[in-house]
Structures are given as C-alpha cells and as structure tokens.
Design a protein around this ligand. Structure first.
Ligand SMILES: NC(=O)c1ccc[n+]([C@@H]2O[C@H](COP(=O)([O-])OP(=O)(O)OC[C@H]3O[C@@H](n4cnc5c(N)ncnc54)[C@H](OP(=O)(O)O)[C@@H]3O)[C@@H](O)[C@H]2O)c1
Length: 180
C-alpha cells in the first residue's frame, strides 16, 4: 500500500469522512546540483506538484463525497503560484518565471487539475478552490520571499473556509480573484 493510500485508509477508519483536503506539498527546484538534465528537472517538479497532488485527491475523493459538512465545508484546496498563470505569462508579467519553467508550468498543470476536479465534484456539492500564498519566506525559496509565511498560511485558511459552492473554480489571493 502506498503512503497516500495508507493515509486515506487511516482517515477512513478514524473519522469515516473528510471535510477539507488541502494540497499544500510542493517543491521548486532544490536539491538540484546543477548536472540534472532538463527531463530530470521536469520529472522532479511534476512528480510532487502535479502527479502527487492528483494521486492524493484521487485517494481522498471518496471520503470527501461522504462528508456531511454544511457550507462552507466539503472542499479541496490547491496551493498554486502566480507563476503558473497563463494570462500573466502571456503578458510577461513575471519575467523571472522563465527561469523556473518546470516549476511555473507544473503550477499551470495544477490549475488545470483543479478545474477538472471542480467539474467532477460539482454535482456532489464539493468545492475546489485554488489559492496563491504570495511570495513567502520559506524553505522553498531559501527564505528570500518578501511575505511572512503566516500571511501565506492565512490565505490557505481563507481558501479552506470562506464562502460556499460559489468559491469553486476560483483562484484567489488576498481577497482577489487571479486570472488563469
Ligand atoms: N513560498 C512561496 O513564495 C510560494 C509562492 C507560491 C506558492 N507556493 C506554494 O506553497 C506550497 C507550500 O510551499 P512552502 O513555501 O511552504 O515551501 P516549504 O516550506 O518548502 O514547504 C513545502 C512542504 O511540502 C512538503 N513536500 C514537498 N515534497 C513533498 C512530497 N513529495 N511529499 C509530501 N510532502 C512534500 C514538504 O515536506 P517536508 O518538509 O517533509 O519535505 C513541506 O512540508 C507549495 O505548493 C508551493 O509551491 C509557495
């Protein structure tokens, strides 16, 4: 049994259901040593940021579907990045994104995953909300981020608890909707 399957089994046996799933796990580039191929970099980034998230959601969806949580509960939160915005890429709003093509595109793929699951879960009245924590000072960026990670965590909290089904399919940061 995989770790993800074991985690879902544990939640099932302990609680019988899950109200909110937050997919926060992500990597940005470390621990690259400099001699990795581009394929290895893409594989490393997509493995956690995309494949891992999809597998995680798949394992927990049955438990979310049996949740009896009233609004604003019953939802999946995806932690994305502004670097993954196609609209911003088109306008070259984050020129530095070019330095992080595997990371940025992995977040674009994550956004796409979110919209597919949003459609799948509509009838079950479970929401899928995408959030960007902003550029926070964390291990991910060797603590160069400008934002206090507690503010980033508040963004996740808001995405997990604010509103009801009307939040599904939205990508939010600081109370604003971001462009896909
Ligand atoms: N920091 C920013 O400026 C920023 C901006 C936009 C979006 N984000 C997103 O915010 C999320 C959180 O990042 P962070 O900034 O808090 O970075 P972080 O401090 O490096 O935390 C990343 C977390 O993901 C976990 N993780 C990484 N790979 C995993 C895997 N394969 N399986 C399970 N867990 C794994 C790590 O666990 P371990 O500690 O056990 O390795 C850690 O708890 C990420 O999705 C990131 O892309 C961050």
């Amino acid at each position: 049994m995989t770790l993800v399957a074991a985690a879902a089994e544990h939640v099932k046996n302990t609680h019988g259901h899950l109200d909110i799933l937050v997919n926060n796990a992500g990597v940005a580039g470390d621990p690259w040593k400099g001699n990795e191929t581009l394929r290895e970099k893409f594989e490393y980034l997509y493995n956690t940021n995309v494949f891992g998230t999809a597998v995680n959601i798949d394992a927990f969806i049955p438990l979310i579907k049996v949740s009896k949580a009233p609004a604003p509960g019953r939802r999946i939160v995806m932690v994305s990045s502004g670097l993954g915005s196609l609209a911003s890429t088109l306008k070259n709003e984050y020129p530095e994104a070019e330095l992080f093509v595997p990371y940025s595109t992995s977040k674009t793929a994550l956004n796409s995953l979110a919209l597919h699951y949003m459609q799948q879960l509509k009838e079950d009245k479970s929401a899928v909300v995408v959030v960007c924590p902003g550029h926070c000072s964390t291990n991910l960026n060797e603590y160069v981020g400008a934002r206090d990670p507690r503010d980033g965590a508040m963004e996740l909290y808001t995405a997990a608890t604010q509103g009801g089904m009307e939040m599904s399919g939205k990508w939010i940061r600081s109370g604003e909707e971001l462009r896909w």
